[in-house]
Each structure stands twice: as C-alpha cells, then as structure tokens.
Ligand binder design. Structure first.
Ligand code: WQD
Length: 327
C-alpha cells in the first residue's frame, strides 16, 4: 500500500512509519518538524516538509502520491498545557485535523487511521476502561481528540471515509531494534522525565503524590510500547480496508504500572540513583487508568507484546544512552 503518515517524524509517528516500511509498504511522511526530528526519518521513505495549517500544502501532498491511506499523528499532546493554552490545541488539533481530513477527501483518500487517546474518557467510572465507558474528557486535549472522533463519524456517514480511531493509553518505550532514537524535547511524561534524570539532563523528578489508593500509593497507568502501538495501526488499517467500516478501539497493555515500579525498574536497569522528590498530587490526575483491550484482541487480533515495565525502560534507556555517548 501507499501510506501518507502525517506527523511521521515524531515519537509515535516514526515507529508507525517504520512498521509500514517493514511490511513493504511505501511511506511518505508529512511533518513540520516542530516536535518531530529528521533523526527519526528513514532513507526508504519520502519526506515532505509542511505544516498541517497550510491547506494548499497538505492538499498538494495528499494529491501527490496516489495514497491508499492516511495515518494522522500530528497533534499537540500535553494535557496540562492544553488547559493553559487551549487556543494552541484548537488551532493545531482541531483546525489542523480538519485540513487533513478535507485534503484526504479532495485527494480521494478514503481510509484514515487517527491517533486518539484515553484522555477522551476522563475520570474513570469503572476499570478496566472499555470502549463503552462514558467519554467525558477532563482536559482540553482530550476534548479535541473526542471532537475529531465526532468529525470522523460524520465524514464516514457523508463522504464514505472509513476510519480507525485508536485510543492510546500511555505510549512509552523505543524501538526494540534500536532504529529510532530521536528524543522528545522538554518531555512531561513519566518515562522520558525519569530517563532525563538518569542521563544527567535533569537533577531530579517530582513524583506527583504517593497517597493514592493504589498498590504503593503512587499513580498507576497502562503503558503501551510504541512498537505495540505501531502494530495496532497496521492491524487497524487492514481491518477497515477489509471490512469497509470504521472502528474506535483502545490500545493498552491492560497492565497497570505505578510510578514507584517505573522508578525501581529504571534504577535497576540504568544503575543510576535517579533522585525523586515526592510532592503534592497533580490536579486532574486519577489514581489508576487501565485499559480493556478486549475489542482490539477480538477484532484485530492485537495484543501488547513489548509493554512490560523492563522492556519499556530498557528500550528507552538505550535511546537516551545513545545520546550521552554521542555528546
Ligand atoms: C503518568 C504518571 C503522573 C510525570 C498523559 C496525558 C494523556 C496521554 C499520556 C497523549 C501519573 C506521574 C508524571 C512526572 C510524575 N497523552 N508523573 N511525575 O498524565 O497519565 O497521561 O500522557 O495521549 O492524554 O494526559 O501521563 O506521563 O504525565 O503521568 O509523578 O514528572 O506519572 O502523576 O501518575 P498521564 P504522565
């Protein structure tokens, strides 16, 4: 197949592009490199430097390659930031995605895989969270993802666009074969922050609360390895193509890992002390978030295989360590 990966120079986008390349598909990446990096591009793929807010540019790219499908992973994703600067998220996530979907329709690309998020659910009403769980986002980032899902449903109904909305839980880890090493700039997520401390790029990590009603008092999340996520994108595209219908599905490991468990694994694997200061809870943080991925298992035959805590930590440390060695 010929795939247009919008946001394919980013952390998750590059792993998705790699998975399609490994299958023998041809990949074109469209990215403005605002958060993505050239380091994450592969020689086998085409690269178009462009912004999703530049409609003529994204339309030209969509028209230019006889694409069978479009994968959309170009978005702002920091939940906390979205509450301070919703305008950025309206522009990038909503206006940007409308441009992408309109370009897809005009270019005759009828299959779209969309990077959605567990943030669409908001505060868990029950666990594990399945796709029937109420969607009541707690932050503006999650709201933008849910709104895009709603637009996709209309484009399915009115323009015959078949989509897969993939609700990622906490994406983590790096390519198990070490082919992707681009580091996120100014990360806020747990594992990259832990790795920056291990690598001496940051003095310590603040642990947001150790008084939760969880196994060890710290927050528990469902971390899913980016290679597992990438395999989920391929499986989802093949499914919507075969069945000519759309799908909204969770991608999670179904395992809950606490902050303390992540720190223990990181100290053991890196051999570094990794200073942690325990501070107050972060507003809006639920104690536990764990997915049910039964639908992905039953429909796509997908399960997370690389998402155990040591694989997440070891592959991420390998990426960070490669930068220490270079610098
Ligand atoms: C994980 C755990 C924190 C950093 C966010 C977005 C969500 C999704 C994934 C895109 C929590 C604790 C973290 C730190 C800490 N993004 N933590 N100190 O909040 O579960 O989800 O990223 O789809 O939309 O909301 O991820 O990595 O920020 O936090 O103690 O410096 O680590 O309290 O328990 P989160 P996270």
């Amino acid at each position: 197949m010929k795939i247009l990966v919008v946001g394919g120079a980013g952390y998750i986008g590059s792993h998705v592009a790699r998975e399609f390349l490994d299958r023998g598909d041809s990949v074109t990446v469209y990215d403005n490199l605002s958060t993505g990096t050239r380091e994450n591009l592969f020689p086998e793929e085409e690269f178009v430097l462009g912004d999703i807010l530049d409609y003529p540019a994204i339309l030209g790219a969509a028209r230019g390659g006889g694409f069978d499908a479009l994968i959309h992973l170009a978005a702002a994703k920091a939940a906390g930031e979205s509450m301070l600067n919703p305008m950025k998220y309206s522009t990038q996530n909503l206006s940007g995605t409308v441009n992408i979907l309109n370009a897809a329709v005009e270019a005759g690309i009828h299959k779209v895989v969309f990077s959605s998020s567990a943030a669409t659910y908001g505060e868990p009403k029950y666990l594990p969270i399945d796709e029937k769980h109420p969607t009541d986002p707690e932050n503006y980032y999650g709201f933008t993802k849910l709104e895009i899902e709603r637009i996709l449903a209309w484009y399915d109904r009115l323009k015959g666009m078949r989509y897969a909305a993939l609700r990622y839980f906490n994406a983590a880890g790096y390519d198990t074969r070490g082919r992707i090493t681009g580091l996120e700039r100014n990360p806020a997520n747990l594992l990259p922050v832990v790795m920056e401390v291990a690598a001496g790029m940051r003095p310590s990590i603040q642990v947001f609360g150790d008084d939760y009603d969880t196994k060890d008092g710290t927050g528990v999340r469902d971390y899913v390895h980016v290679n597992d996520l990438a395999r989920g994108h391929v499986a989802a595209l093949l499914w919507i193509a075969k069945n000519d219908q759309s799908l909204t599905v969770n991608l999670g490991s179904e395992e809950g890992i606490s902050v303390k468990e992540m720190l223990e694994s990181a100290r053991r694997i890196t051999g570094r002390p990794i200073k942690a200061d325990f501070v107050a809870r972060r507003p809006g943080d639920p104690a536990r978030l764990v997915a049910s991925s039964a639908l992905a298992r039953e429909t796509l035959g997908w399960t997370a295989k690389d998402s155990d805590v040591d694989s997440l930590v070891r592959t991420t440390w390998d990426a960070y360590r490669s930068h220490i060695a270079h610098n």
